[in-house]
Design a protein around this ligand. Structure first.
Ligand code: SF4
Ligand code: SF4
Length: 457
């Protein structure tokens, strides 16, 4: 199934210099001194190739350099000074979805997450991008982490959807003339309702009955504007299960998108602000209902390890963070679940199943709903193509992966698709629409909320 390692190594080394592989870091390293990929972590890879079948880019293209093993080899070539910051070199890291399927697959425990998160900021600092690429990324990072700006954009987008202009754009074929990234953004747009414009939201919800614990809820940026209903459902479910819920109104972005895109400074600044906000809230647990945000906040200890004022606080913060399904799975159900006699396909978000290793808890939570049948989706380890902002930056690859996932979802015969990540829900909903299929897509807490409120979808 795989090409032999020696053949692949020959192919990779033909791209770079033929110098022998150095055993220790060399002065020729192309990485700067600020947290380069660790040679020790690179050397943990024994080149077995077990990770290759679960890597989406390797599965699509069959190219060693676009596999985890190949990318690790390229990091080593960079450490040894046998590579240069060419577009080709950078591209192999840009095409990585950061899905972390290779983390789960690797029997040697290679920490690819730490390797790619060390490599990406280096890629950003060495500025090899085109002006157009830099501008597109700058727009994303000037908009997405700011709920106030997103709300303003949501008003325009609401008009676009409600005025009939969207239908006209689709019917006229204009979409085909749009730049691919802009068209991807348009296709992914969820239906916008009045909840997107709410700027003032409650900051506290008391537990129903005796309080079991006091939790803080991370509201997210895109989540609180475009998926405010998911936050509302999370609050209702947590309160019904006996949690006092704190939602500090001054919380900002968690920095997940910046962290996963190699924008370390922005991610670190966001992390410091969020730590301060939740220290003031003084909660037992910090609950996250978006997988990408969850994996980012759990890595704050690593992100701020050099910051004397925040390192310890970051570790303490991270130790309190749980995905909403992790918390609910540990609480004996208190609220009555009403039957939902339906079949749902559960999609594992990569940043939940691979980065946080949370697979069982969402299923355990869903199984508390009487009558609900959970359908497993083929290739569960494979990314749907969402991957943070990957589906905006690399729309062609993301669309291919999205179509593949939609095919597997449809094959289950389920009546609805359930996941724990807004990005995956948007990506799969967009894929379903492109395939001409109609299926409700729901966050796990929305479905649980429907059961508790006795309001079937
Ligand atoms: S993170 Fe995903 S896309 Fe990147 S190398 Fe690992 S499996 Fe492949
Ligand atoms: S990352 Fe792990 S699974 Fe992949 S080739 Fe290296 S040791 Fe093998």
């Amino acid at each position: 199934m795989f090409l032999s390692l020696s053949k692949e190594r020959a192919r990779l080394t033909s791209t770079f210099s033929e110098a022998p592989i150095a055993k220790t870091p060399t002065a020729a390293s192309i990485f700067d001194a600020h947290h380069p990929p660790s040679r020790e972590l690179v050397d943990d890879c024994v080149h077995c190739g077990f990770c290759l079948p679960s890597c989406p880019t390797y599965v699509l293209w069959g190219e060693e350099a676009d596999s985890p093993r190949g990318r690790i080899y390229l990091m080593r070539a960079g450490l040894d000074g046998r590579a240069a910051w060419s577009d080709g070199y950078r591209r192999h890291f840009d095409t990585c979805l950061g899905c972390m399927a290779c983390l789960t697959a690797c029997p040697s425990g290679v920490q690819y997450d730490r390797l790619i998160e060390a490599t990406r900021p280096q890629v950003e600092r060495h500025r090899t991008r085109s002006p157009g690429d830099r501008l597109f990324r700058a727009i994303i990072f000037a908009l997405f982490p700011y709920p106030t700006r997103l709300r303003m954009a949501a008003r325009l987008l609401w008009l676009y959807q409600r005025s009939g202009l969207r239908r006209l754009v689709h019917a006229s074929g204009l979409m085909r003339l749009m730049p691919a990234r802009l068209a991807a953004m348009e296709r992914l747009l969820p239906a916008i309702d009045a909840t997107a414009f709410r700027s003032a939201t409650p900051t506290r919800e008391p537990a129903r009955g005796t309080a079991r614990m006091r939790v803080g809820l991370l509201l997210g940026c895109v989540q609180r504007v475009f998926f405010a209903g998911v936050n509302d459902a999370t609050v209702r479910v947590l309160a019904a299960e006996g949690c006092d819920v704190e939602m500090p109104g001054d919380q900002g972005c968690c920095g997940a998108l910046a962290l996963h895109a190699g924008r370390d400074d922005e991610a670190s600044a966001a992390a410091r602000r969020l730590i301060e906000v939740f220290e003031r809230a003084n909660v037992d647990r910090i609950v996250i209902n978006a997988a990408g945000c969850g994996s980012a906040v759990k890595s704050y200890g690593d992100l701020l390890r050099d910051d004397a004022a925040y390192a310890e606080r970051a570790r303490a913060f991270a130790s309190k963070c749980v995905d909403v399904s992790e918390l609910l799975a540990t609480l004996e159900p208190r609220a009555t679940r009403h039957p939902l006699p339906m079949r749902v396909a559960y999609h594992d978000a990569c940043h939940l199943q691979h980065a946080q290793r949370v697979r069982q808890q969402p299923r355990d939570v869903l199984r508390t709903i009487p009558g609900l049948e959970i359908c497993e989706i083929a290739e569960p380890e494979m990314c749907c193509g969402s991957a943070g902002i990957y589906n905006l930056l690399e729309p062609a690859t993301a669309n291919t992966l999205g179509a593949r996932k939609v095919g597997h979802v449809a094959a289950t015969g389920a009546e609805a698709l359930v996941s724990s990540n807004p990005g995956c829900l948007m990506q799969i909903a967009s894929g379903l629409a492109a395939a001409g299929r109609s299926m409700p897509t729901l966050h796990l807490v929305e479905l649980l909320d429907r059961s508790i409120c006795n309001s079937p979808p």
